[in-house]
Design a protein around this ligand. Sequence first.
Ligand code: UDX
Ligand code: ADP
Length: 457
Amino acid sequence: MKRNNILCIGAGYVGGPTMAMIAHKCPQYKVTVVDINHERIARWNSDDLPVYEPGLDEIIRATRGKNLFFETDIDKGIRESGIIFVGVNTPTKTFGAGAGKAADLQYWEKTARQIREASESPKIVVEKCTIPVRTALAMERILTSKDGDIRFDVLSNPEFLAEGTAIHDLEFPDRVLIGSRETPNGLEARKAIVDIYLNWVPREKIIESNIWSSELSKLVANAFLAQRISSINAISALCEKTEADIAEVSRAIGLDSRLGVKFLNASVGFGGSCFKKDILNLAYICRTYGLEDVANYWESVVDINEYQKERFILGILDAMFNTLAGKGICLFGFAFKADTGDTRETPAHTIARRLCEEKAELVITDPKAIDNAKIDLQDVDGITYEPDPYKAARGCDAIAVMTEWKVYTELDYQRIYDSMAKPAFIFDGRNILDHKRLHEMGFNVYPIGKPPLVHFT
Ligand code: UDX
Ligand code: ADP
């Protein structure tokens, strides 16, 4: 078995950086990444990588052409590899049964069939993408549905990296989870995957489990993380009514070691490709097993996220005298979080569309996400895109901070204030700015979950 040849099918946000890290840490393995999207592969082979991640360029430069290869011939890759990671996309289904909730498994199933057709020797197939629990069973059924005696072992090794910190998360993971069947073959295959990670991850951080626990843990981890944000965002609404300050509440509760300080920043809402999709998926699975109340419980996490975005819009409207028509509003940031150009499910997208409905004149600035913003909003006319935040805010009535880019905390806000229409407003959807100073300059400042600082009586 060609166990030193690793293939990854799907050269996306997960497949690209993960395979780059494996190649970097394991020079004895040859790692090949393939994708149906040839343009994407061409970009992985260029200096203009399709994914922006701090530190990724260096690792790619050090490994590409040595033991890391980006290619388009998927069948050849399958034939030549003993270990196949599957990192294709599993978006939310947009049609038919489970539309808007279940995972769309068409790309994943095509991949399973392709592995089956092209394989000439035994394979370990590793699910990397987030998929509904018990998908491994379906994968096993497809792989073994052809005459022949090729052995396929299906494993689950979910990826927990967060965008923007992918390289750090891959290099120093909190844990690596590897699930397999608990048969002799399954355990042997599990060991082959453990051996890859042992090249740089301490043994005690590599957790082994049965395959169903592994699949489910990925969905549950994301659901719990998202739940924390919806919980703090729900409380931010209460803070705004009571003059409590959400940052003070977060600090006070986070210092309880049972709760922990991370992931308690109130915001305009969570985004990203995983949280909403995985929760809806979890809820859908619960429903298919008749667990209606459990499904409703998790869905409410997504409901609060929608509520938080709408609350933000209504807050802008209320502050700006209930009309935004013809007013210049500048979005500081469009990415769903800092240090990424990714805009999937970004709250800025919803906010931008709502502001356009209110007939505001929108200007969007972002250090990395303008290209994606243009694609997301291609059907909306009249939006200006401007990489320079000073130029973007010039002449506008309001700034709305959508993404917690560090650069937005370092700007000369006096210069920005002087260039804006008056009265000038700042809506800080990430609570990253120095609100008191901005107020002293003359801005009317509206944070999340804190009393506004305004100049009107
Ligand atoms: C997430 C999980 O963290 C990761 O483990 C999983 O593999 C994929 O999904 P990601 O979507 O890349 O990663 O970003 P994450 O850092 O989790 O942030 C998600 C969203 O929550 C962002 O929009 C972020 O701005 C928001 N967020 C995060 C908050 O609003 N407040 C917080 O305190 C933390
Ligand atoms: P993720 O965030 O999970 O990595 P992405 O959408 O960034 O998701 O990446 C998934 C990649 O998988 C895309 O580049 C897509 O072209 C690729 N892909 C989808 N279906 C197939 C397939 N059948 N064979 C090869 N690649 C595929």
